[in-house]
Design a protein around this ligand. Structure first.
Ligand code: PLP
Length: 403
């Protein structure tokens, strides 16, 4: 059994009042709140261990370097990657995908094909469209049905001899669908095609094992897993990363530079140009420790319990429609109420102390699928409670009465 009250004490922000009402924070898929240990780790490093990494022989620089590299090992263990060289620190999911679209993408030719899905976040659509403009690659889109499940039959039929990459979301940030990534990878590998997994909404909630999935790239954001903003991870298989040219040029990513010729560093540094967010990297390592100390399986079971409870309660409300009914679904509930605009619902819930997401959730093709311009989304983390869901559901009912 998790001691949720004890966990909540680690998050000072949860004690905030909003318009005099206790905050009910249900916007966790957008960003999670940070536990004390993470905030303290950042503060502590600036107070005691701050120096640029990899550049100095001096004590502080060596310490800061060691802290960053320890964090890399923690991420490797968290994802079960084969080597820490396969762990590249980025700004987040978006940068990870842009890195692959730019560096791996530069190896592609006009007419080469990339498969994405209809339920992608914009960050797994627009980088490929930019590549399309630069290099004339073709984007193919796997559709989903009204329950929010991908059409895997159509997916399997999309491969041609020009298919070069599949880039698919693990858990939809709108529908909560948990896509069968192992099967998706296995089909792609059957055609010799590598797969990138957008794990922004899976890594924070359940065990993601890159070697079990056998994906070729995987990206996630620190801020969605209790860590600070501005730090994230790209996992890539060594043989692919080695073949890819650098993403950005600058310090840290070279071994020698002259005006005639520059030699690049080996991975992961080849992809980490400039002073990295070493303080964020260390804090990410601390956030992953925090998650592991509680236990990812326990977190997952608890969050699913919350999501099921919320779904049951909301389903009883007349005129309320829930989007995303996949058999495998994670802790996200998106909905609309007949006759009430999502922005009005979100604004009025906010006045009652409830923080939910409204709008297109950076996934406009999903909105187009359902012919709506936005939805209201509640998403859960380990510090949420059934009592908060009761407040939330009561607040939704109160808003409905206002119309
Ligand atoms: N992919 C998914 C599924 C997401 O939910 C998000 C953020 O909401 C992103 C990508 C983008 O993450 P970031 O803005 O941290 O780069």
């Amino acid at each position: 059994m998790l001691d949720i009250n004890k966990i909540r004490e680690e998050f000072p922000i949860l004690g905030t009042k909003v318009y005099g009402k206790p905050l009910v924070y249900l916007d966790n898929a957008a960003t999670m709140q940070k536990p004390r240990v993470v905030v303290e780790a950042e503060r502590e490093q600036y107070y005691t261990n701050n120096a640029n990494v990899h550049r100095g022989v001096h004590y502080l620089s060596q310490q800061a370097t060691e802290m960053q590299e320890n964090a890399r090992v923690k991420v490797r263990n968290f994802l079960n990657a084969a080597s820490e060289q396969e762990i590249i620190f980025t700004r987040g999911t978006t940068e990870g995908i842009n890195l692959v679209a730019t560096a791996f993408g530069s190896l592609l030719k006009e007419g080469d094909e990339i498969i994405v899905s209809e339920m992608e976040h914009h960050s797994n659509i627009v980088p490929w469209q930019l590549l399309q403009q630069r290099q004339g690659v073709v984007l193919k889109v796997v559709p989903f049905d009204d329950n929010g499940e991908l059409d895997l039959q159509k997916y399997a039929e999309m491969f041609t001899e020009r298919t070069r990459l599949v880039s698919i979301v693990h858990v939809s940030n709108v529908l909560g669908t948990v896509n069968p990534v192992k099967d998706i990878v296995s089909v792609a590998h059957g055609h010799g095609v590598p797969v990138l997994i957008d794990a922004a909404q899976s890594v924070p909630h359940f065990k993601v094992d890159v070697r079990d999935i056998d994906c070729d790239f995987l990206v996630f954001s620190g801020h969605k897993v209790y860590a600070p903003t501005g730090i994230g991870v790209l996992y890539g298989k060594r043989e692919l990363l080695d073949k890819m040219p650098p993403y950005q040029g600058g310090g840290e990513m070279i071994s020698t530079v002259s005006f005639e010729h520059t030699e690049y560093e080996t991975i992961p540094y080849k992809f980490e140009a400039g002073t990295p967010n070493y303080v964020g990297a260390n804090a990410l390592g601390i956030a992953l420790d925090f998650v592991e100390n509680i236990g990812l399986d326990k977190i997952h079971n608890y969050e699913l319990q919350l999501a099921n409870y919320a779904t049951e309660q909301l389903s009883r409300i007349d005129g309320l429609r829930i989007f995303g009914r996949a058999a495998q679904k994670d802790a996200v509930v998106s909905f609309l109420v007949d006759g009430i605009h999502h922005l009005d619902m979100g604004t009025l819930l906010d006045r009652l102390g409830i923080a939910v997401r409204t709008g297109h959730h950076c996934a406009q093709p999903i909105m187009t699928h359902y012919n709506v311009d936005g939805m209201v989304r509640a998403s859960f983390a380990v510090y949420n409670t059934e009592q908060e869901i009761d407040f939330f559901v009561a607040a939704v009912k109160r808003v409905i009465q206002m119309f």
